[in-house]
Design a protein around this ligand. Structure first.
Ligand SMILES: NC(=O)c1ccc[n+]([C@@H]2O[C@H](COP(=O)([O-])OP(=O)(O)OC[C@H]3O[C@@H](n4cnc5c(N)ncnc54)[C@H](O)[C@@H]3O)[C@@H](O)[C@H]2O)c1
Length: 272
């Protein structure tokens, strides 16, 4: 048997990634651009979003930043129309924007709970709705494609201090499956999958460590980190690139029969 290597390419594809000014979204934007995709970076952080787009363009890729609040339906309508106009199509949408709140149940305000659902769940719902309308046959992009939703290990199991976040990410897991089934059965040519990262060092990952200390769930950040380390068979070595590689596979034509899947990238923590 001859040895052959598979290089994953997104050449000729147009991708929209929400919350991509920084963190996992920015890493996915860089990775997709290196694989040949044209990328629309959206976020509420304008300065950081412009800077990420400039970094990609300066290193030979193609990226455009558009300000976009994922909780706004009119923003979604504008951003999808603008993505199709500027990139000539839309093949990949990553619903990545999200927030976390570290708080015990008894101290979580309804306002905080609703805010996290608004961004993490309503934002993904709107993304699925408007991506589907554009990508399905007869839509303004019309060629089908791949939608990827960022859930979490917290969408698969419970964590103290993360009730609102767990609830929101569990909802993302099943919104993903419902969309995968519906878009598949309607033969839209749109695959929908979720990624479930373990703790990754980004602004959010660091805020979770700090939040656990503030809640008294560990003496200090090192102690919290050690507790995660003990519960992770491969150790806490996860980086944004690990998530971007999983997203690259799901975004590409290398995963044509993968839909409704939960891709867990967590060093084995949820297998314990
Ligand atoms: N880092 C981790 O440990 C981890 C683990 C599991 C899942 N996740 C998920 O991965 C995704 C990315 O997280 P991250 O670690 O890069 O976090 P991050 O805080 O670094 O980045 C999140 C981005 O989302 C943007 N955002 C927030 N509200 C928005 C809104 N209303 N509209 C548009 N953009 C908005 C932020 O401005 C920010 O740029 C999130 O959905 C998060 O829940 C992260």
């Amino acid at each position: 048997m001859t040895q052959s290597s598979i290089e994953i390419s997104l050449a000729g594809k147009a991708a929209l990634i929400t919350g991509a000014a920084r963190g996992l979204g920015a890493e996915m934007a860089h990775t997709f651009a290196r694989a040949g995709a044209s990328v629309i970076i959206t976020d509420i952080l304008e300065k950081e979003g412009q800077a990420t787009a400039a970094e990609i363009n300066n290193s030979g890729g193609t990226a455009v930043f558009i300000r976009h609040d994922v909780t706004s339906e009119s923003d979604w309508e504008n951003v999808v129309a603008s993505a199709v106009k500027q990139l000539g199509g839309l093949d990949i949408v990553v619903n990545n924007a999200g927030i976390e709140i570290c708080s015990l149940f008894e101290n979580t305000t309804l306002e905080d709970f609703q805010r996290i659902l608004d961004i993490n769940v309503n934002g993904v719902f709107l993304g699925l709705k408007h991506a589907c309308k554009a990508m399905k046959p007869g839509g303004i992009a019309g060629k089908g494609g791949s939608i990827i939703n960022l859930s979490s290990v917290a969408g698969l199991r419970g964590y103290s201090g993360l009730s609102a976040y767990c609830g929101s990410k569990g909802a993302v897991k099943l919104l993903t499956k419902a969309a995968a089934v519906e878009f598949g059965q309607l033969q839209y040519g749109i695959r929908v999958n979720s990624i479930h990262p373990g703790l990754i060092p980004t602004n959010m990952g660091e805020a979770v460590l700090k939040g656990f200390v503030d809640l008294g769930l560990g003496a200090d950040e090192a102690a919290v980190q050690q507790a995660f380390e003990r519960g992770t068979p491969l150790g806490m070595k996860g980086e944004p690139a690990d998530i971007a590689k999983a997203a690259l596979f799901l975004a590409s034509d290398q995963s044509p029969w993968v839909t409704g899947a939960e891709i867990v990238v967590d060093g084995g923590s949820t297998a314990c």
